[in-house]
Design a protein around this ligand. Structure first.
Ligand SMILES: Nc1ncnc2c1ncn2[C@@H]1O[C@H](COP(=O)(O)OP(=O)(O)OP(=O)(O)O)[C@@H](O)[C@H]1O
Length: 294
């Protein structure tokens, strides 16, 4: 889409707002950085954080002393792009609780920006907030991967598969150990696909995870999001796990694998749609469904 007069006005309007002292950070989610002319006379460089999708661009912008974070090059919606960029900026220590952030994103891979979002960091409804940061995950885990899979799990719990409720387990991290402590129940649907094409950060792969959640068994996912397998039966049965009454074999298997490896295990309960994250054998996070469509 070529950039028109209104698009330039929109950007100018957004930059005027961003210059205001109430705004702590301006998150510019685009592979088309602002031009010198667009930035001239605006005291925003200090606040500006670019979120871009290529290493090359990160290096170019850093060489020009711009604060820059990298986000995956997937086909996200504008709001998803902004969420991913906020998480990336948080992980890079660029945002703190209470910061007012204005984020700008556009529909495609051109210069046009059409979405301006105001976010106050840490102000979300605690029920809604997925506090991956408070899970205390080791550094090898990508908070983007974990957050996106928790989100996918919430969708599985809310929507089920073809109108019927489904449950599943998603095990993330320490994958060599987890593969050793599990066995394939069915043919692995992710086998033979190149690693670049089976990353859970990629929206089509997230959709595939939702579809395959109807299969028996667990997903095994590497820290960087590469889906190694679906349909795995977890062989661990640890006695040291703490489970509330009423949770059965699925939750017990997830708790056990998280006790016997460094992995975290996300469960979706078929019965209630509730999503739980297990770490070191215990529930580290529990998210109930507000609205269930199945
Ligand atoms: N060790 C395991 N590895 C992978 N999946 C498992 C394992 N044990 C059970 N499951 C899956 O969990 C399913 C449901 O088991 P069960 O009803 O006992 O679980 P639950 O913890 O009560 O969870 P839900 O709330 O989903 O019913 C089984 O049909 C199976 O697909």
């Amino acid at each position: 889409m070529p950039e028109g007069k209104f698009d330039r006005e929109f950007l100018r309007g957004a930059l005027v707002l961003m210059s205001r002292s109430e705004v702590d950070r301006l998150l510019y989610v685009s592979d088309h950085p602002l031009s010198t002319a667009e930035l001239r006379g605006r005291p925003v460089k200090r606040k500006l954080v670019y979120a871009v999708t290529s290493d090359g661009l990160v290096n170019q912008l850093k060489a020009k002393k711009y604060t820059t974070v990298m986000i995956p090059p997937y086909d996200y919606t504008r709001i998803e792009k902004i969420k991913v960029a906020v998480v990336a900026a948080q992980s890079a220590g660029l945002l703190k609780d209470g910061d007012t952030v204005l984020a700008l994103a556009g529909p495609g891979n051109d210069k046009v920006m059409d979405t301006l979002v105001k976010v106050t960091i840490g102000s979300e409804d605690p029920e809604e907030k997925i506090r991956v940061d408070t899970l205390g995950l080791p550094p090898e885990f990508s908070s983007q991967v974990v957050e996106s899979l928790i989100h996918t799990a919430m969708e599985i719990g809310a929507e089920g598969y073809e109108g019927r409720p489904v449950g599943t387990i998603i095990v993330i991290g320490d994958s060599t150990a987890v593969m050793e402590k599990s066995r394939q129940l069915i043919l692995n649907p992710f086998q033979g696909i190149s690693e670049a094409e089976r990353n859970a950060l990629d929206p089509p792969i997230r959709e595939a995870v939702k579809t395959f959640s109807a299969l028996d068994g667990a997903f095994i996912i590497r820290e960087d999001g590469v889906v190694l397998a679906a349909g795995r039966y977890l062989l661990t049965m640890s006695r040291d796990v703490k489970l509330p009454m009423g949770l059965g074999a699925r939750h017990s298997a997830a708790a056990s694998i998280s006790a016997e490896s460094k992995a975290v295990a996300i469960t979706v309960s078929q019965t209630t749609g509730t999503v739980r994250v297990f770490k070191e054998g215990e529930i580290a996070l529990e998210l109930r469904q507000k609205l269930r469509r199945v």
